[in-house]
Each structure stands twice: as C-alpha cells, then as structure tokens.
Design a protein around this ligand. Structure first.
Ligand code: NAG
Ligand code: NAG
Ligand code: NAG
Ligand code: NAG
Ligand code: NAG
Ligand code: NAG
Ligand code: NAG
Length: 842
C-alpha cells in the first residue's frame, strides 16, 4: 500500500480554505503571536499574500551560498494558491541562511513537483540539511509526489528545530548527482513557544513516557519531523484556524480503522479552561470540542479496540501526543470513563481517565506524550493506537480528541526516510497471492458441482478488479481509434465518455503484461494491475483473450453501454484499448479487493457488523441502479461476493456487469451467452430450471451474498456435514427453527443487536424465495437494509435497548418464519415499501 502520501498535501487544504472564510475573522484574534514568521517565496522577487493567511516575500536576501542558482517558472501552472509559480534551482549546492532568534522554530518546506523551464520533472534528486540535521536524503520529488495519494503534485514537510543563541538557521540543498538538480518553492520559519513540544527540564511534570518504560526528554539538541497532526472526529483545520503558528490539522477519517466509532461534536458553548500544563496555544479549541468514541454501547464495546493506524518509516523513534478534553455530559467524575491505551500493540496506559487527570474538572484540555521506537523491519510499517474500555469503568467506552505524531532524529542527526518504491517495476503486489488462492478455491467448487448441474454451462469467472479513484478525466482522442472502430463496420466508439489508450500505453502500464502484475484470472482473460499517467494512477486492466473477430462488435457495444453507467456503487470504466487485435478495458483500481476476501479464507481482519451492513447497502444500491437507472434494464447475472469490490474507503462497488455479454471468444464457446450464466452457489433455481432470466435472479444471488456476509462462510462447502453443505439450505433450516443465530460469523460475536440479526435474516431469506415474483426488488432490499442499519444504530445509541448477545435471544426466533411473505416486511418494519426512497438514483 502506498502510504508515503499520507502527509498533508496542500491540495486538500486550500480548497477547504476557500469555503471557510469565517476563519479569517477568527485569525485576527490569535492566541499566540510568533516572534518570527517568515514565508519565503523561492525563485521570485514579488511579494503576495494567500488566503491561508501567509504573506510571501522574495527569497534573494536570504540566499547565502551559490547565488548562481536560478529561478524558473513552472510549465504547468499550479492550480493551488501558494509559492508554486516559481522555484529556485541548482545543479550544485545552495544555502539559505535565516537570522532568527534563539529557541524552537517550525521549519516548513513547500515543493511543487512539475517540469520547469529547463528542468525536467523527473531529474530532481537532492538532500536537504539544516544545521546538523538531514531533513531529506536523496529525495526524488517526482517519485514522492507520484506515490502520494493526494491529488496534485504538492509536497509539504514540517520540522521543529531548536536554535541556540546567535545561531543562524542555515538550510542547504544538495543535488545527489551531477545529473540531478535540487529545487525549492517555498520555505517558512515560524517561532513557537519554548515548551510546546520540547521538554521543560525545570518542570517535574509533563515528561513524555516511553511505552512500556520510563520517562524521556525531547532535548533541545534534537529535531522533530511532523508526520501527522489530526483533529480526531473533526474536519480539516487550515493554517488560519490554528492558534497562531499556521499549523494544519487534518481530519482523522483516513486513519481510523475501526468501523464502529462515533464522532461527537460538543459545540462551542462551554468555555475551555486551559492550564499551565496545557496552554491555550497547544491546539485550536475545535480540536478539543470534537471527540471520537466507540460507537456501540455497554458490553459491546468490550469486544473490540478503537483503533487508528499511522503509517511511518521504520527504524526511528516517534513522539506520539494525544489530546483529550472531557465535555461529555454523561461523564461526571474520575472513574466514570477509564480506558487502556495501547501504542504499537504495547500497553501505554492502563488507566487513562481524563477527569482523574484534571481533578474532576470538565472542559479542561490535557495532552499526554508517549515515545515509541519502531524497529527496522518492513518499509512502511504502521504505528497502531488502540483504545479499550477498562473493565472497572462505569461507562464502557473510550475517547480521543487529537493526535500528533513526530519523528525524532537519529543520533547522526538524520530524519530522512527512504523514497517510496517506484511504479511499477519494484512495487510489491500483495493482492496477487490472495487472488491466486481464490482462484484455486473456486476451481474446486466448479469442478465439484458441474456434474450435479449437468448441461448447464457454468461460467465461474473469478475476475477481481481492485481499484481506486480516478484522478483524471481525460477526453477521448477520437482520431486515433477510428481505424479499428470502423474496420468492422461497427458503431463509432464512445467519444467523450471514456478514454482511449494506445497499446503502447497499456504495455507500459503493465510492464508488457508482466505475469507478476496479474491480479485476476477469468474465462475471458487476465486482469492486471497497472499504472498510468506516469505512474500516478493505479488501474485494473482487463485484457480479453485475443483472437476471434466475432467479439469486436460486442466489445464496441459493451464499452458504449459501460461508459454510460455511472454510479457511486459501480466500478467505473476509465477507458479501453482496441488495436493490434487487442481488446482491453481499463477500470478504477479498488484498494481493498473483493468483499469475499474480507469474509473468509483470508488473513484480513474481520469486517465489523456495521461495516458489513454498509457494504451490503452500497452493493444493493449499485444493483438497483443497474436494474432501473440505465436506458434499458441491465441484469448483472453474476452477483457474488467476488464481484463486489471495495475501494480505499470501504465503499462497495459492483463490478463485472454487462461484461456477461462479451463471451469467451473461442468459437467453441460462442453458445455460452445464450445459456444460463452465473456462479455455483449463487444461481437462482428458478432461472436454471426455466431458463427465464429476470432481474429477480440477481436478487436471489444477492440474498446468497447477504448470507455470506452474516455467516462469514462460502455458499457451498462440499466437505461440510450434509445439512450445512449449502449455506442457503442451512440458513433456511435454522431460520425455520428460530435459531438463525447459529449461522452468525463467530467474528461478529457481541456486535449485532438482536432486532438487527432478526431483520437481516428476513431480508436475506426473502431474496431467496423460490418464486421470483415474491422476492423484493433491489429497491426494496436497499430500503430494508437501511432500516436494519438504523435498528443497529439505535440499538447502539440506546434508543432501542437491547445491545444483547444474539445467542441468548433464541426466543426472538421462536415464532416460525418459514413462509415469509414480502408483505410481512412492510408491516413488521413499520415502513411502506413505497417509502424506501433510494437516496441517490443517479
Ligand atoms: C492564553 O493564555 C494566556 C495565559 O497563559 C492568557 O494571558 C491569554 O489571554 C490567553 N489567550 C486567550 C486568547 O485566551
Ligand atoms: C517585499 O516585502 C519585503 C519584506 O516585507 C520588503 O522588504 C520588500 O521591499 C517587498 N518587496 C516588494 C517588491 O514589495
Ligand atoms: C500579512 O500582512 C497583513 C497586512 O500587512 C497583516 O495584517 C497580517 O497579519 C500578515 N500575516 C501574517 C501571517 O504575518
Ligand atoms: C525519480 O524517480 C523516477 C520514477 O521512479 C525516475 O524515473 C527518475 O529517474 C528518478 N529521478 C532521479 C534523478 O533519480
Ligand atoms: C550559516 O551561514 C552563515 C552565512 O553563510 C555562516 O556565516 C554561518 O557560519 C553558518 N552557520 C552554520 C551553523 O552553519
Ligand atoms: C486490543 O489491542 C491490544 C493490543 O494490540 C490487544 O492485546 C487486545 O487483545 C485487543 N483487544 C481486543 C478486544 O481486540
Ligand atoms: C539529534 O541530532 C543531534 C545532532 O546530531 C544530536 O545531538 C541528538 O542527540 C540527536 N537526537 C537523538 C535523540 O539522537
């Protein structure tokens, strides 16, 4: 996974700034006024101000060594405000020297990685030193920008450096080779309060604590690099919203990995009481007014940890600062809310109790500092932060308001980590082995059942595309594909809808169809992971088996259809390649792989119940859109957990739709598309008995997926005892007996509210009714699942009191539900089917 880009990219901050004009009035009333505040616009002689509150000034008077360095302007104008129009360049070493007062300073470096006049983007490679500290070493800016997961080519680094009396702050840029150059767009120096992060040796409190050890001091001779500064459960706070030091606080959503969690904003009424231990400049008020806690209630919270994962460089020691403030009206005194804090899986505090720390005073911000060393192991390990309720706490919960993480320099003065791996050659493909596994598994199932369902041709196409957000929306180059498009007399290819790739681009993206890049294998060909746009975008590249002429017209039609389908819950087609007898489709790459890979037969951590519900709702919406959103109804025909993909934010995306009609192209297989298609274990019995295809066959298959999600097992296990072999039969049987709880995935123990499992089972089994006309539509399924989620949430929030354990609640199922009628639904849920509004139908 690419994690090096998790530092704050300016790209995310500035647009927000534009929407946050109120900050500017607040900025007048700053809490801390830095003695020095220099924002230097390198390579330019003009002064200007930006909306983030910075006044940029020319750099020339601070340049102390190599005045031959040149200024050049960017060839691609920056779309962000900032010091990005010009930069300073040199093929030899150059130094800036700032006459600043003694004490700790923020040093900020701003880079815009693009091509400048006479300076090719890919040729930058340099080190940056400040006094005895190495801030960057052999830093390849383009490589770092490409590996970042924020859009744009902006790189931002922030350091804390303590200067002695009379010392100048000298910053030297050193090209790595004679071929490469060093550059810089902007430098900022801001002074900070003396003991904001550095340890005050005259004070006996507030020393950082080594996790599992004694106290530590952040000595004035050490430098720090900011890795993360997170406003937990809040929004991004731009530099103008800081306490006067122009720090940026980022929302923590990308780092919380526990799905079950809740953000609470306690609003701005209560005045916060800062203390000498935590001064009012420590963090903006906003950070302390929103906190994240566990999201479920009572004993359910004992079943998991509230977790953040923070990717870092290995081989360094880190300072982790946690910010807390007790504003919760349910918490009155010490002992009410106590929890454990684990850092990097070691116990850091066995009794974190904010009111104990503040002597029962509420609205008092507190910070705690921990030191943790990360040994050299993998390239980009995570530091995990986990909170868990103390068993003796009156309220079984945990909470956190803010996180800051800093890297501390080595004894050599080094702070620099390695460059990220370039794409695609040396990139590791962790998904590959997993995928091979799923291929093997499906193979067995297909072999086993093919005999039983004789005469029915099964296409068990395990094709997994893993994808992500598309970064670019490129208009199609119409001219370049006419040749192929018309050679078959086929319709013209979809102009403006998706992008055309040349075969050369595809070969470059896949390293000439490198076996190592295969992430999926299916009946119609291989799926490769690829990189386009100079490695900046990951894509899934599906190469249809080359050969037959017959497929071409279909291919054209298919692209036309697919490129018109756009929905949050469908995998989108980015483009295609159609030349040299190749038919290739390019999709977004989905970071988290298939739903199946998170349910069973995997080392992935188990999905929480709420996460599973959200994924089901997303997938159901995608299918609903396929059925009703396009010009003609599209029946997926191969709904299964391996065709539901998950993006980096765990949003479900239905994949592989429509492609059903691009059959295998070998002539012996041309009949396939007219036969029953689908995958073993998911096939609608009505469909294969009567060969009559309706959208309700998708509903049936989706019902199977719902059971997989509930049970965490595959639809068919041939080796299981007879009654459990088929998941559908087993679930129907258990449901009729009123003991559906038995099939629930053990990993979900304690997470599902009673009402919720009951209703979820009803939804799944209604989808699986023998008579297709009795099954709900996908729209109904969406509505019912949303209702289940509401039930779960309200159970969690204590509105429906029953956060109980489903195993103790067999009586919930004592009345027999073996003949569910759809009409029961509307009654039992208190909702009318027509009220199930689909929230986003396009
Ligand atoms: C911040 O705290 C200091 C005392 O530590 C106080 O003098 C100052 O007025 C406070 N500033 C604001 C804006 O509350
Ligand atoms: C830019 O600002 C600096 C410092 O405020 C000032 O000395 C200089 O004269 C200004 N230059 C121009 C061109 O306005
Ligand atoms: C920028 O300049 C304006 C006008 O001179 C001043 O009011 C403001 O405080 C300055 N901002 C910073 C961050 O120095
Ligand atoms: C920086 O990395 C890119 C991508 O790997 C590479 O093409 C380029 O040659 C590197 N630049 C230098 C100067 O090493
Ligand atoms: C910083 O640069 C100045 C001017 O070039 C030089 O006089 C001074 O010795 C340097 N200081 C350090 C600590 O390198
Ligand atoms: C919480 O995390 C700690 C540290 O990794 C682990 O020992 C503990 O088992 C976890 N607790 C739960 C309930 O997952
Ligand atoms: C950081 O670097 C400085 C300068 O080399 C050194 O004196 C200091 O001991 C280093 N800090 C740590 C924690 O090793």
């Amino acid at each position: 996974m690419d994690t090096s880009g998790t530092r704050i990219a300016l790209g995310t901050i500035l647009p927000i700034l534009l929407l946050c004009l109120p900050y500017f009035s607040i900025a007048v009333d700053v809490i801390y006024r830095p003695v020095e505040l220099l924002s230097i616009n390198c390579g330019s002689s003009s002064n200007f101000s930006t909306l983030d509150g910075r006044n940029w000034t020319a750099d020339i008077k601070f340049l102390s060594e190599n005045k031959d360095s040149v200024a050049a302007s960017a060839l691609t104008p920056s779309t962000q405000q900032g010091p990005y129009t010009y930069a300073r360049f040199s093929h030899s070493q150059f130094t800036y020297s700032f006459p600043v007062s003694a004490g700790p300073k923020f040093l900020r470096l701003f880079f815009y990685s693009t091509s400048y006049q006479n300076f090719d983007r890919s040729k930058s490679d340099f080190s940056v030193k400040a006094g005895p500290y190495t801030l960057l070493h052999d830093f390849n800016a383009s490589l770092n920008a490409d590996a970042g997961d924020e859009p744009g080519n902006y790189l931002f680094r922030e350091y804390c450096i303590n200067l002695k009396d009379g010392e100048r702050l000298n910053i030297t840029f050193i090209p790595s080779t004679t071929d490469s150059y060093a550059f810089i767009n902007g430098i900022e120096v801001v002074s900070m309060p003396p003991y904001l992060y550095y340890t005050n040796l005259d004070d006996n409190t507030g020393f950082p604590q080594i996790v599992g050890g004694v106290t530590y001091t952040i000595e004035s001779k050490s430098a720090l690099e900011k890795i993360y500064r997170l406003n937990v459960a809040g929004t991004n706070i731009p530099p103008t919203g800081d306490t006067g030091m122009l720090r940026t606080w980022e929302a923590d959503d990308n780092y919380v990995t526990t799905q079950s969690n809740i953000s609470v904003d306690f609003g701005g009424i209560t005045k916060l009481s800062f203390t000498t231990a935590t001064e009012n400049y420590t963090a903006p008020d906003k950070v302390y007014r929103s906190s994240r806690s566990m999201g479920t209630s009572g004993s359910l919270n004992m079943g998991f940890n509230l977790t953040w994962q923070l990717p870092v460089d290995s081989g360094f020691t880190y300072l982790l600062r946690l910010h807390f403030c007790q504003l919760d009206p349910h918490v009155h005194q010490a002992g009410d809310l106590e929890f454990y804090i684990y850092i990097a899986d070691q116990l850091a505090t066995d009794r974190a109790d904010v009111l104990l720390w503040t002597i029962n005073q509420k609205a008092v911000p507190v910070v705690t500092d921990y030191i943790v060393s990360i040994p050299v192991n993998q390239k980009k390990p995570n530091i995990s932060l986990k909170l868990h309720p103390h068993p003796k706490s009156r309220i079984k919960d945990a909470q956190l308001n803010g996180i800051e993480l800093f890297k501390i320099n080595h004894s050599t003065g080094n702070l620099a980590g390695p460059n990220p791996d370039p794409h695609p050659k040396t990139f590791e493909f962790p998904l590959q082995s997993k995928n091979k596994k799923s291929k093997g598994r499906t193979g067995t199932i297909t072999a086993a059942v093919a005999g039983a369902v004789s005469g029915v041709v099964m296409l068990s196409l395990i094709v997994a595309f893993f994808l992500i957000k598309r970064k670019k929306n490129v208009a199609i180059d119409e001219g370049s594909n006419k040749k192929d498009g018309t050679s078959q007399g086929g319709g013209s290819l979809p102009a403006n809808l998706c992008r055309h790739f040349s075969i050369a681009e595809i070969k470059a993206a896949t390293n000439n169809f490198d076996e190592l890049l295969v992430v999926g294998v299916g009946g119609f060909g291989n799926v490769y992971k690829g990189y386009i746009d100079e490695g900046s975008t990951h894509v899934a590249i599906k190469r249809l088996k080359p050969g037959s002429q017959q497929g071409e017209q279909e291919f054209v039609n298919e692209i036309e259809m697919l490129s018109q389908l756009r929905h949050l819950n469908l995998v989108s087609l980015i483009g295609y390649c159609y030349e040299s007898n190749e038919m290739i489709l390019v999709y977004d790459f989905m970071d988290q792989g298939t739903l199946c890979e998170h349910l069973y037969g995997t080392d992935n951590p188990s999905l929480s119940w709420k996460q599973r519900l959200q994924i089901c709702i997303g997938a159901a919406r995608g299918l609903h859109y396929l059925h009703t959103g396009a010009k003609h109804m599209i029946i997926h025909r191969d709904v299964k957990s391996t065709n539901i993909l998950l993006d980096e934010k765990w949003v479900a995306k239905v994949s592989d739709f429509g492609l059903s009609r691009i059959g295998p192209t070998g002539s012996s297989m041309t009949h396939v598309s007219t036969k029953v298609k689908g995958s073993i274990g998911y096939l609608d019995p009505e469909y294969y008995k009567r060969q009559r295809l309706t959208e309700k066959s998708d509903v049936y298959s989706f019902g199977v997926v719902l059971l997989e999600v509930l049970s965490g097992r595959q639809p068919l296990i041939r080796t299981a005892e007879k009654q459990k072999m088929s998941l559908v039969d087993w679930a129907k049987h258990r449901y009729a007996k009123g003991s559906l709880g038995e099939i629930v995935d053990p990993a979900l123990k304690g997470q599902i509210a009673t009402e919720c499992i009951h209703k979820f089972g009803e939804v799944a089994l209604s989808c699986l009714l023998e008579d297709g006309t009795q099954r709900p539509s996908m729209k109904d399924v969406v509505g019912m699942l949303e209702f289940v989620l509401q039930l779960q949430d309200s159970a969690v929030n204590g509105v429906v009191v029953s956060g109980g354990d489903y195993e103790d609640s067999e009586d919930m199922f004592s009345s027999t539900h073996s003949s569910i009628q759809l009409s029961n639904y509307s009654n039992s849920t208190g909702l009318n089917t027509t009220s199930y509004g689909s929230k986003e139908s396009d």
